[in-house]
Design a protein around this ligand. Structure first.
Ligand SMILES: Cc1cc2nc3c(=O)[nH]c(=O)nc-3n(C[C@H](O)[C@H](O)[C@H](O)COP(=O)(O)OP(=O)(O)OC[C@H]3O[C@@H](n4cnc5c(N)ncnc54)[C@H](O)[C@@H]3O)c2cc1C
Length: 379
């Protein structure tokens, strides 16, 4: 395998293709010449799901790369809610910066890049092509998330009155006048759900026709939600940019402190589709309990897959996939069949981790091996 020869960072087959450059969050960006970089595991997407998968595969001894273009849903969090141990004043970008420092600190490589193409190579690996790097990898974790459909302007500011995460932000709007914007059944349901938090909920059609089904319509009529048909023509914010009120085409105005836009999700499934992964009817990527897709060696985690779209669930899925990949890739113990074919494992065959990651682990704070012992082990 290519990774076993990685003495001081990933190389192409000719062993000298990349120039490491340090950037602000201690991530290492490696620029490519002609030959692909080689990794055991490559994670596409550096949100909570992808970075957790990378944390596990790196700490479990597998040469891992993260390729991430930046942005994504976690980066939109003004405050972080529902993540136990993380205080709410931590913003999404700060949360991600710490996470990336952790992952690269354990020895993963990070590329700030957009992966546009994915294909199976003749050798059975997966080749990922990004702007500045091409990677051949044994396993790939797709953690590319989705993009929220947004209302046309004028609209409140994101995270200052315009929200996309019910389970995160409904709590902040308890007892406040609230809107839900959208025309489908999901908008109608979210409006009714908000009655668990406040008694002032309007459903804004913003000049469009309702599209919810008949049952939803009956349900909605039996709940104290006011449906407003008029187009939104203006938004008023307070000095801190938080929503105070909206104006409508008929000249009326209503006070709101916040609400949710329900205009669907565009799943970032391009790479999954290029690799032939099965999708569900709602366009999420179909996975088993460990995040394995229908295509061998390809995993998907986080918002890209079915389930609650939350940081803790994304992290849990990343962890499960990372551990499953480790079970799949780890060298020892050899099975009885392997031992019969290849003989007993000799002292020179262990440990199974690459030299580079072992060195990283030995240098990491809390490692029990002393530097003297580490030097002795090198001799
Ligand atoms: C405004 C807002 C506030 C939220 N607040 C909370 C909260 O307080 N608590 C909570 O638990 N949840 C919150 N959520 C939900 C949470 O952000 C998501 O559930 C979580 O980020 C999903 O993680 P992910 O890693 O799957 O996806 P993302 O965080 O979306 O990360 C996906 C990453 O993949 C990258 N990417 C995509 N395609 C490619 C490609 N081809 N090549 C390279 N990179 C690629 C993206 O740029 C992005 O960096 C919020 C969501 C929003 C929109």
């Amino acid at each position: 395998m290519g990774y076993s020869s990685l003495g001081s960072g990933p190389t192409g087959e000719n062993g000298a293709a990349y120039r490491p450059v340090e950037v602000s969050v201690a991530a290492t960006v490696l620029y490519m010449s002609e030959t692909p970089a080689e990794y055991e595991v490559t994670v596409v997407g550096g949100g909570p799901a992808g970075l957790t998968a990378a944390l596990y595969t790196t700490r479990l001894g597998h040469e891992t790369a993260v390729v991430d273009r930046g942005g994504g849903r976690a980066a939109m969090m003004a405050d972080t809610h529902n993540v136990i141990g993380v205080t709410e004043d931590v913003s999404g970008p700060a949360f991600l910066e710490t996470a990336l420092e952790q992952v690269t600190g354990y020895g993963a490589d990070h590329y700030r890049d957009f992966v546009s193409d994915a294909e199976r190579t003749d050798e059975g690996r997966i080749r990922l092509s990004a702007g500045d790097v091409t990677i051949d990898t044994e396993r790939v974790v797709l953690a590319t998330g989705f993009t929220d459909g947004r209302p046309d302007p004028p609209a409140p500011r994101t995270a200052r009155g315009l929200h996309y995460c019910l389970h995160c932000d409904a709590y902040m709007l308890a007892d406040a006048p609230v809107y839900v914007m959208g025309t489908g059944s999901s908008a109608a349901h979210v409006a009714m759900i908000m009655l668990n938090f406040t008694d002032e909920v309007d459903l804004l059609l913003n000049g469009d026709d309702p599209e919810w089904d008949e049952d939803t319509d009956r349900q909605l009529r039996a709940h104290p939600v006011e449906v407003i048909h008029e187009e939104v023509t203006g938004v008023e914010n307070d000095d801190e940019g938080w929503l105070e009120a909206m104006e409508f085409a008929d000249g009326t105005g209503r006070e709101y402190r916040g609400g949710f836009a329900m205009y669907g999700s565009e799943y970032n499934t391009d790479l999954a589709e290029q690799l032939g992964c099965a999708l569900n009817d709602d366009s999420t990527v179909a996975v088993d309990d460990h995040g394995a897709t229908s295509v061998e060696g390809v995993y998907a985690v986080g918002d890209l897959t079915p389930g609650h779209n939350q940081v803790p669930t994304a992290m849990g899925e990343g962890a499960r996939a990372g551990i499953d990949i480790h079970y799949d890739l780890r060298e020892f113990p050899k099975s009885l069949d392997e031992l019969e074919a290849g003989g007993a494992v000799g002292a020179g065959d262990v440990p199974g981790m690459s030299d580079r990651l072992r060195r990283h682990a030995r240098q990491h704070e809390g490692n029990v091996a002393t530097s003297e012992a580490a030097e002795a082990a090198d001799d």
